[in-house]
Ligand binder design. Structure first.
Ligand code: FMN
Length: 478
C-alpha cells in the first residue's frame, strides 16, 4: 500500500440496533426507515452498501439499561425510542459477517453483561466465523439501570469501573493469547489426535473481580484478540485507552472540533508513550454528522429544517441527560454550566466544556452537542473538511446518522466518489484481517495479532516457549 493510501481517512458507520439508529437520529423522521430495524434484510442491505462503498467498519453502540435519568423515568426512552428498545448487536453481527467479505464489525459490549470466560468464547467464535473481522468497543457502563438489571445494587464508582474493565481485558488476553499455543491444534486424521494437551494451558487467574482457573474453550482465531475500541475520555478512560485500545472516539463539538481535538490528541500521544506504545498504535475516530446539498444553500436549508426538527422533540435533551448523569428537566437549561462535574460520561462533558474556555456555555449547549456536531455543505466541501481533519491527525470518521439510511446512501453516492478521487478514502480493501486492513501502510502494521508493545503480548503462549506451563503463566501475570 502506498504512503498516500496509509494516510487515508477511515470510515466507521455508527449505529445502534434500535428504531432510531442512535442519537441524534430519530426513528420518526419522514425519511428514516430504521423503524424497520427488526427486519434482517434492512441490515443486510446497509452492510452490503457500506462494504461496496469501502467503509472500514460497522460500529454498534449497545446498552443493557435504559436512558432514564431525564424526569427520573423510563417513559421518555420508551415514548421517543431513545436508543430503546435495543436488540443484541452481537447476534446481528453473526448474521452480517455471512453476507460480507471485507467489512469490519465492531460491537459495544459492557464488561458486566457477560462473564469474561463466556465473552472470550463469543469473540473467538465470531472472529472465526468472520475470518478475523471483529472489533470490540470496551464499555464499563455508566447506566445505573444496567447495573441493577444485571444484579448489582448500584453502579460502581468511575475509578472502580475502569479497574474492573482492566481486569476483564486481562482475563480475555490470558484466555485468547495465553491458553492455546500456536501448534496446539494438531488435527491429525491419521492418528486421530485433534489437539496437543501439552500446548493448552490453564490461565490460573485469580483477581479482585474474577476467578478463571482453566483453559480457553475455543481454538485460536485469526486475530486472537478482536480489534479494541474504547470511547471513554476522562483521565481514567484516557489511560485505559493509551494502554489497551487501538482506536478511541472523540465526540466533536459544533462546527469546528479541531482545536479541542488537538489538545486531546496531544495528551493521548503523551500517555501512549508513557505506556511504551507508538502514537500510531492508536487511531483517533471523530464522530461527525453530514448534511449534504448539491449547493451550499441547499445544504443550509436542509440543516435548518433538521435542527428545527431536533429542537422540537425532547429526544436530544433526554439522551444527554443520561450521558451527563443530570436530569435536565430539573435545571435551567439557559444557565452556564460553570464548574459542573459528572460521574457518568466525564470525558464527553470535558470535551464540550473545553470548547467554552470562559465556562459560559449553557446546559442547552451541552444538550445539543450531538445535533450541532455536523458538517453542512457540498460534497467537495465535505472532502475539504475530511482533508483538514486528516492533516490534524484524525484517522477515522465515526459517521453518525442524523435521520437514517437514506442519508447514508446519499453520502455514499455523492461524497464517497469525491473522497476516493482525491485519495482520501480507500478504493480497495487491504488484504487480511480487520486489524491488518486498519493498520496497513502505517508504522503500526504488524499482522493479524496485537503488536509486541501491547500488554496482551506478555500473555502470549509462544511457539518457542520451553515447557511453558499454566503455573508459569499464572506466576508471570498475577
Ligand atoms: C462515541 C461513543 C460511543 C459510546 N458507546 C457506548 C455504548 O455503546 N454503550 C455504553 O454503555 N457506553 C457507550 N459510551 C460510553 C463510554 O463507553 C464510557 O462509558 C463513557 O464515555 C464514560 O467514560 P469516561 O467518563 O471515561 O468518558 C460511548 C461513548 C462515546 C463517546
Amino acid at each position: 500500500m502506498s504512503q498516500a493510501q496509509s494516510r487515508r481517512m477511515r470510515f466507521s458507520m455508527f449505529s445502534t440496533f434500535c428504531p432510531g439508529a442512535g442519537p441524534p437520529s430519530h426513528w420518526h423522521h419522514p425519511k428514516a426507515i430504521n423503524f424497520d430495524y427488526t427486519n434482517l434484510s434492512h441490515w443486510i442491505e446497509l452492510a452490503r452498501k457500506i462494504e461496496e462503498a469501502k467503509f472500514d467498519c460497522f460500529f454498534w453502540a449497545d446498552f443493557n439499561g435504559v436512558h432514564d435519568t431525564y424526569k427520573n423515568s423510563t417513559a421518555p426512552a420508551i415514548e421517543l425510542a431513545l436508543q430503546f428498545p435495543v436488540a443484541d448487536p452481537v447476534t446481528l453481527t453473526a448474521a452480517l459477517v455471512s453476507v460480507t467479505q471485507n467489512l469490519g464489525f465492531v460491537f459495544s459490549a459492557n464488561v458486566i453483561q457477560t462473564h469474561p470466560t463466556e465473552f472470550s468464547r463469543r469473540v473467538s467464535t465470531l472472529d472465526h466465523l468472520s475470518n478475523g473481522r471483529i472489533g470490540w468497543n470496551i464499555v464499563a457502563s455508566f447506566q445505573k439501570s444496567a447495573w441493577q438489571n444485571l444484579g448489582y445494587d448500584d453502579v460502581e464508582p468511575h475509578a472502580v469501573r475502569y479497574r474492573r474493565a482492566e481486569e476483564y481485558v486481562n482475563v480475555l488476553y490470558k484466555l485468547v493469547e495465553g491458553s492455546w499455543e500456536d501448534g496446539a491444534v494438531v488435527r491429525d486424521v491419521a492418528t486421530g489426535i485433534f489437539g496437543d494437551p501439552s500446548k493448552v494451558h490453564p490461565i490460573g487467574h485469580k483477581g479482585e473481580f474474577y476467578r478463571v482457573p482453566g483453559i480457553h474453550g475455543v481454538e485460536p482465531s485469526p486475530q486472537r484478540v478482536p480489534v479494541l475500541f474504547q470511547a471513554g475520555s476522562s483521565s481514567n478512560g484516557r489511560d485505559f485507552s493509551a494502554r489497551h485500545s487501538e482506536a478511541i472516539f472523540f465526540v466533536g463539538n459544533g462546527d469546528n472540533p479541531l482545536p479541542t481535538f488537538a489538545n486531546f490528541r496531544r495528551d493521548m500521544v503523551q500517555r501512549l508513550k508513557g505506556f511504551g506504545r507508538k502514537p500510531t498504535d492508536l487511531q483517533f475516530f471523530v464522530g461527525r454528522n453530514y448534511v449534504i446539498g448539491s449547493t451550499e444553500e441547499e445544504a443550509r436549508r436542509k440543516d435548518r429544517e433538521l435542527q428545527q426538527f431536533l429542537r422540537d422533540t425532547e429526544y436530544v435533551t433526554a439522551y444527554m441527560s443520561s450521558i451527563m448523569g443530570v436530569d435536565f428537566s430539573q435545571v435551567d437549561m439557559d444557565k452556564p454550566f460553570g464548574d459542573f462535574q459528572s460521574d457518568a460520561i466525564q470525558g464527553l462533558f470535558r470535551q464540550v466544556a473545553e470548547s467554552y474556555p470562559d465556562k459560559q456555555g449553557t446546559f442547552r449547549d451541552v444538550a445539543m452537542v450531538l445535533a450541532l456536531n455536523r458538517f453542512v455543505g457540498t460534497p467537495d466541501q465535505a472532502a475539504d473538511e475530511v482533508e483538514t481533519f486528516l492533516d490534524a491527525g484524525v484517522d477515522g470518521i465515526n459517521y453518525q446518522q442524523m435521520t437514517g439510511t437514506h442519508e447514508v446512501y446519499g453520502f455514499i453516492d455523492h461524497v464517497c466518489p469525491v473522497l476516493k478521487k482525491r485519495g482520501l478514502m480507500q478504493s480497495e480493501y487491504a488484504p487480511g484481517t480487520f486489524r491488518e486492513k486498519l493498520f496497513a501502510g502505517t508504522e503500526s502494521e504488524s499482522g493479524p495479532l496485537l503488536n509486541e508493545r501491547h500488554p496482551a503480548a506478555q500473555f502470549r503462549a509462544r511457539k518457542d516457549a520451553e515447557a511453558r506451563t499454566g503455573a508459569a503463566l499464572a506466576e508471570s501475570t498475577g
